[in-house]
Write a protein that binds this ligand. Structure first.
Ligand code: ZN
Ligand code: ZN
Length: 267
């Protein structure tokens, strides 16, 4: 079984002490491809350095809505330079977060739209973060062209709202909350998705799936997300792993075959 964790933050300081062991456990669990996602310039640079060093690891570079207030025009130029690297396969994570509202809404919208435009210019997919901002997200996405290669990551909305993202060609990624006992919307959303738009992720170190909830999350735990999705779809875990592997490869323009050397020695 091969699994693609389409969204994790191995660039987070949570892994500073034991990153090699985390990667080893991921690969031992079959998670042989990982997209490491940046949230500001330094974390994007760390994601890219990790991707350059490790087989099967790719980077997304971008400015998270939480960090939007600190973003400058120079930051966008740096992102554009980073996107020229062959293992920088996406621009993200970008979006709107009105739950914490760490940056003013208007600034979040400006930085989000500037990055959508940059992704189009660079010809790269987008990784979108949305929380309690559905109407404004859809409005911004429509205003910047309304058709995207990319993903709504850690989807938590309704099965009605998901149609608007699907109509804009986006993939939908499901994370650890699908395994929670109190999950209400996700068990309805997952079976309603077109099979070729479904991705899975850990969003590690956050949102640890059951039965490891409460601990630090890591890519090896993606298996629990695949198992729960398999249950919801009436498929085997192996079939979900393969389906989401192929969908992830298509979404991010990656080869469909497994990396030749998953131990990281060949880059
Ligand atoms: Zn996010
Ligand atoms: Zn994230």
């Amino acid at each position: 079984m091969r699994l693609f964790d389409t969204h994790c933050h191995l660039n987070d300081e949570a892994y500073q002490a034991d990153l090699a062991a985390v990667l080893q456990r991921a690969r031992a669990a079959g998670v042989v491809r990982m997209l490491v996602v940046g949230y500001d310039l330094p974390s994007s640079q760390r994601a890219l350095a990790l991707a350059a060093a490790e087989a099967g690891v790719y980077a997304a570079v971008g400015i998270h809505p939480h960090e939007a207030a600190a973003a400058t025009a120079g930051d966008l130029e740096r992102l554009e330079e980073m996107l020229a690297h062959p293992k920088a396969v996406a621009l993200g994570e970008i979006g709107l977060d009105y739950h914490y509202e760490n940056s003013p809404r208007r600034v979040q919208q400006e930085v989000f739209r500037a990055q959508l435009a940059l992704a189009r210019k660079a010809g790269k997919p987008v990784v979108i973060h949305g929380r309690e901002a559905h109407a404004d997200l859809v409005a911004a996405l429509q205003a910047e062209g309304g058709h995207y290669q990319g993903v709504m990551h850690c989807y938590s909305g309704s099965k009605e709202a998901v149609r608007e993202y699907l109509a804009m060609n986006l993939h939908i990624s499901v994370a650890g909350p699908v395994t929670f006992k109190n999950a209400r919307k996700l068990p309805e959303v997952v079976p309603a998705l077109p099979p070729d738009r479904l991705l899975i992720e850990t969003d590690a170190p956050y949102l640890t799936p059951h039965p490891w909830r409460g601990r630090r999350n890591e890519p090896a735990y993606l298996v629990a997300v695949a198992e729960r999705v398999a249950e919801l779809l009436g498929m085997t875990t192996e079939a979900v792993a393969e389906l989401t592997w192929k969908n992830g490869a298509a979404c991010f323009g990656l080869p469909a075959e497994t990396p030749f050397d998953c131990t990281g020695h060949t880059g």
